[in-house]
Design a binder for this molecule. Structure first.
Ligand code: ADP
Ligand code: MG
Length: 680
């Protein structure tokens, strides 16, 4: 057996099993070994029937007291088996497995593991796993048992048996992917031990050592990859040498406000990079409304004043369109030509714009990531800004840097990540933080109300509309179906159009064509529409200062950080703003979560609380950050190991590997990032 071999080499893997394994993303023996347990069950403590604890899974020893019976119940077959000892008995029940009837013999002893309940006064165990005590070696009883993420039709027992085969088949033959010096210095278990004990831990301590080693390995790979990316993007690469003073006074005078100190500090960091001769790779973190766009605009203008072109990429066309408006207003009077690359452009129009970009007549280019990355030729690209980077991955960043020239790159994000973690996660970027909001912002009042308040909420909206303000209504999120989501938003929109018949109500959803969305947003921005009913399309970045009300239906469906983003759409002008969260929130955790929204407007605090209450879940779902999905490490809980791994990755420079090992390590890195696209 080899790691690269197809899982079908394992015994008992036929076409059906194979397709189940494939559905779980498992193709090879190696993939199977890296399918780690999601939890464990401690079956070392074997109970007697007398000791069973109701409401939970129990492992117990019992003797078959009577022959099993098959009973038809509502067209289904139930197999019932009475087991116990001299003092007590309990009934084991299985569903739809009539063949089990003949498995058991009266008087034989088995070990059962299953959930024990007392139902209608009857003591029963549903669908227990079982093993005969007569067998010489017990496979799973008396051990710590792994529980795997699995798929329909693939039981824990079967998966466990396959895993045992793979572990046995590869026993003591796994190559260690971690360099020797790392293992020694950080006292990490060897790989064979780790794989064996992560699946079938001998005891707690072995499990701990195994997990620590595997987590370390994964994070070490991540960190090494990020460092190499950074080196590749920056090392020895000269960036355009820009004189940042050029244009600064001019653009500042053109802004409708003066920059905050926080904005100025970040600009200084950017300007230092501009003037360094080295290429910039910088992340700007700033809470919603902190004024990241203005920082980008100043830096773009400085670039253009130096005779280079600048590009701004946004994740959605709506957002790109809005940036286009802002930049046009600001730059056109200063004699800078701004171009907007849209998906749906007439061929001729698009060609003309592409020509203007290629010859340098258009100096400021705005569009979505997709549009700008696909074969746009620049005359002299000096600076690229990507907005809202949590939807923009490492790979895209690299691809961009690989496009011939090495422009300075600035990535802007409103995703609040604690600084320590950001430093590690964005190990390939320098980080700037806009840590204060522009002065004079009014606090946003946040209310959490039950659905019975609908009419009062609408009444309140009406009052605001009459005073000349605008409102966002975010529709119930419908899970998993874009079609149903669209239907929901259309129905809701119609209802609102009737309710607010004196005003214009617009609808925005993901299924609309890009230019339709564009028009709708533009109309809302110009106050031609007063109420915007939307799905979370509006979540990121939209800026309409006259909008003062944000209503979110079914607020409990949203993550707190998402609600924070939504709330950030209001409170952008000088008028008092309101965020109304409508929620049926019955359970305590949900209530607690929504209360946090009332308590604070600090994005970092909100993110941390969300983390605590919800658990890490997919908060650091690394996909958001364009990083590979972690198989075992938890970026939040394993922070201490993450730090060590980062340290080791930094030190790796001083420990060059022999060529063969280096190549093996690179292969592992590529495997980790799912192919060679990352360009390491
Ligand atoms: P975000 O950081 O969320 O992208 P924006 O760049 O959209 O925030 O800015 C939010 C709002 O604040 C905009 O209306 C913008 O014009 C305004 N703004 C930005 N900087 C300042 C400032 N220094 N003083 C006053 N208002 C500002
Ligand atoms: Mg923004």
């Amino acid at each position: 057996m080899e790691l690269t071999e197809d899982v079908s080499v394992l015994k008992n893997v036929g076409t059906q099993r194979l397709s189940q394994l494939h559905a779980m993303g498992i193709e090879t023996v190696g993939d199977l070994l890296e399918h780690f347990p999601r939890e464990y069950e401690d079956r070392r403590q074997m109970k007697t029937v007398d000791e069973l604890v109701p409401g939970q899974s129990n492992t117990f020893r019992a003797t078959v007291l009577a022959e099993a019976e098959n009973i038809r119940y509502q067209k289904k077959v139930q197999t019932r088996l009475k087991v116990g000892d001299a003092d007590n008995s309990v009934t084991c029940i299985w569903f739809g497995m009539p063949y089990l009837k003949n498995t058991f013999q009266v008087g034989q002893t088995y070990v059962f593991t299953g959930r024990y309940e007392i139902k209608y006064g009857r003591r029963q165990v549903s669908s227990p796993e079982f093993e005969s005590m007569e067998k010489e070696t017990l496979e799973s009883s008396g051990k710590i048992i792994p529980i795997y993420p699995t798929t329909k039709g693939m039981s824990q027992k079967i998966l466990r048996k396959l895993m045992a085969q793979a572990v046995e088949g590869m026993k003591d033959r796994l190559k260690d992917g971690l360099p020797q010096w790392v293992r020694k210095q950080y006292q990490l278990a060897e790989r064979n031990f780790a794989i064996e004990n992560i699946h079938f831990p001998q005891d707690e301590n072995s499990f701990f050592l195994a997990r620590r080693r595997l987590v370390f390995e994964e994070l070490y790979l991540l960190q090494t990859a990020l460092f190499r990316l950074k080196e590749q993007a920056t090392e020895g690469k000269s960036g355009p040498l820009l004189d940042a003073k050029k244009g600064r006074a001019e653009i500042e005078a053109a802004l409708p406000f003066s920059l905050t100190d926080a904005q100025k500090t970040v600009l200084e960091e950017i300007e230092a990079d501009f003037g360094s001769g080295r290429v910039m790779n910088r992340l700007v973190q700033g809470d919603v409304g902190s004024g990241k766009t203005a920082v980008a605009a100043v830096a773009c203008y400085e670039t253009i004043a130096n005779g280079y072109q600048a590009a701004l990429m946004a994740p959605t066309e709506v957002l790109a369109g809005q940036h286009y408006e802002t930049f046009s207003q600001l730059f056109t009077p200063l004699g800078v030509r701004v171009g907007f690359l849209r998906g749906a452009m007439k061929k001729k129009e698009k060609q003309a714009l592409l020509d203007d970009i290629a010859t340098g007549r258009v100096q400021m280019v705005i569009g979505t990531h997709a549009v700008i990355q696909d074969g746009v030729l620049f005359d002299r690209l000096g600076f690229v800004v990507t907005d809202e980077q949590h939807r923009f991955g490492v790979k895209q960043r690299v691809r961009l840097a690989q496009k011939g020239e090495s422009p300075h790159v600035l990535v802007m994000t409103a995703t609040p990540i604690p600084r320590t973690l950001a430093l590690i996660l964005y190990g390939d970027l320098d980080i700037s933080i806009i840590d204060a909001l522009p002065a004079g912002r009014q606090a946003i009042d946040t209310l959490v109300v039950p659905p019975s308040y609908h009419e009062r909420v609408y009444g309140f909206i009406e009052k605001e509309l009459k005073a000349g303000r605008q409102a966002y209504l975010v529709c119930p999120a419908v899970e998993e179906s874009e079609k149903r989501e669209t239907e929901a938003v259309l129905t809701y929109g119609e209802k609102m159009a009737q309710r607010f018949s004196a005003f214009r109500v617009g609808i925005l959803h993901g299924k609309m064509k890009a230019d339709e969305k564009q028009e709708m947003m533009a109309a809302f921005a110009k106050n031609e529409i007063q109420v915007l009913v939307a799905t979370t399309v509006i979540e990121v970045g939209i800026n309409v200062p006259n909008a003062t009300i944000m209503v979110v239906e079914n607020a409990e469906y949203f993550g707190l950080s998402q609600l924070h983003q939504l709330r950030g759409r209001v409170g952008r002008g000088s008028e008092k703003s309101y965020c109304i969260l409508i929620s049926e929130a019955k359970n305590a955790v949900t209530k607690e979560r929504l209360k946090v929204m009332k308590r604070t407007t600090d994005g970092f605090e909100i993110a941390e609380t969300d983390l605590k209450l919800r658990g890490p879940g997919d908060f650091f779902g690394t996909r958001q950050h364009g990083l590979p999905v972690m198989k075992i490490a938890n970026l939040y809980q394993d922070m201490d190991v993450l730090r060590l791994a980062q340290q080791a990755a930094k030190e790796s420079k001083n420990h060059p590997l022999p060529q063969e090992e280096e190549e093996a390590f690179l292969a592992q890195l590529r495997h980790f990032f799912g192919g060679n696209e990352i360009g390491i």
